[in-house]
Design a protein around this ligand. Structure first.
Ligand code: IPD
Ligand code: CA
Ligand code: CA
Length: 266
């Protein structure tokens, strides 16, 4: 598998930040016993990871713009290129010592995502994709799962956290989908969920109210693994609406139909 120079830059940034997050994750496990918990420590770890990634990316391509979860937009001299970064996706998992979290880095060129890296440093699983060149996990080529009927499928989703999102809609959608599928999973790191779908672990996935940094790399990964992605209305406005529905051709179609039924009855 040949990686472009840009993808190598992204991998280097993700793995460097990943080493820091792995060290910090070990400390978080120790802090669980304290009554206050590791909240402040995790916030600092998140910011440290973002700083490492920003420095690596800016060193390699000083002019590129950035959209980062913690720092927001950083305008560069090159308006054609933008890095979209979540330094720690799955913060709640990280905070609770659950090893399902990832770093997500995407590269957008003239409004189109052309490369993506999603890295879970604890499992040492590195997911990469480049437009037109396929998706990989640690050098193994990825294909989405081939199941065609919902009853055989494990479907991932996101359930809104306390004080966020539309809990009523989430319940209605869960009710509809859970009656049709083999099982539902809520793993708590959207970038990783999308990478897992590209890897054929999940057959389908849907979530609302995501941010661009949660999904930019994952959307490309799924398409490069032969999957289908859309927003909740079946359109292309994932980054604008924050909603995503994904699967292979059949499951994407069935899942969209179930979500539409759920909306009708809401
Ligand atoms: C969150 C995770 C989670 C999703 C939330 C995101 P964070 O990102 O991806 O799975 O349900 O909507 O905000 O806050 O851990 O970076
Ligand atoms: Ca996130
Ligand atoms: Ca985050």
């Amino acid at each position: 598998m040949a990686r472009s120079a840009l993808l190598n830059v992204m991998v280097a940034a993700a793995t460097k930040a990943g080493r820091g997050l792995t060290r910090d994750f070990g400390e978080v496990e120790n802090l669980q016993v304290s009554r206050k918990g590791p909240g402040d420590f995790v916030t600092a770890a998140d910011h440290r990871a973002e700083k490492v990634i920003r420095e690596e990316l800016q060193r390699a391509r000083p002019g590129y713009s950035l959209l980062m979860e913690e720092s927001g937009t950083i305008e560069g001299t090159d308006p054609q290129h933008r890095w979209i970064v979540d330094p720690l996706d799955g913060t709640t998992n990280f905070l609770h010592g659950i090893p399902l979290f990832a770093i997500s880095i995407a590269l957008e060129r003239q409004g189109q995502i052309v490369a993506g890296v999603i890295y879970n440093p604890v499992m040492d699983e590195l997911f990469t994709a480049e437009r037109g060149n396929g998706a990989f996990m640690n050098n193994r080529r990825l294909r989405v799962a081939g199941r065609a009927t919902l009853t055989d499928c494990v479907i991932g989703t996101g359930i809104p956290h306390l004080g966020r999102g539309d809990h009523g809609r989430a319940l209605m959608e869960l009710r509809h989908v859970m009656g049709e599928v083999s099982g539902i999973r809520r793993c708590g790191a959207a970038a990783l969920d999308l990478a897992w779908l590209a890897a054929g672990r999940f057959d389908g996935f849907w979530e609302h109210d995501l941010s661009p940094w949660d999904m930019a790399a994952g959307l490309l990964m799924i398409r490069e693994a032969g999957g289908y992605v859309s927003d909740a209305s079946g359109g292309e406005k994932m980054l604008e609406t924050g909603s995503v529905v994904a699967g292979n051709e059949y499951i994407h179609h069935h899942l969209l139909a179930q979500l539409k039924n759920a909306r009708k009855q809401a």
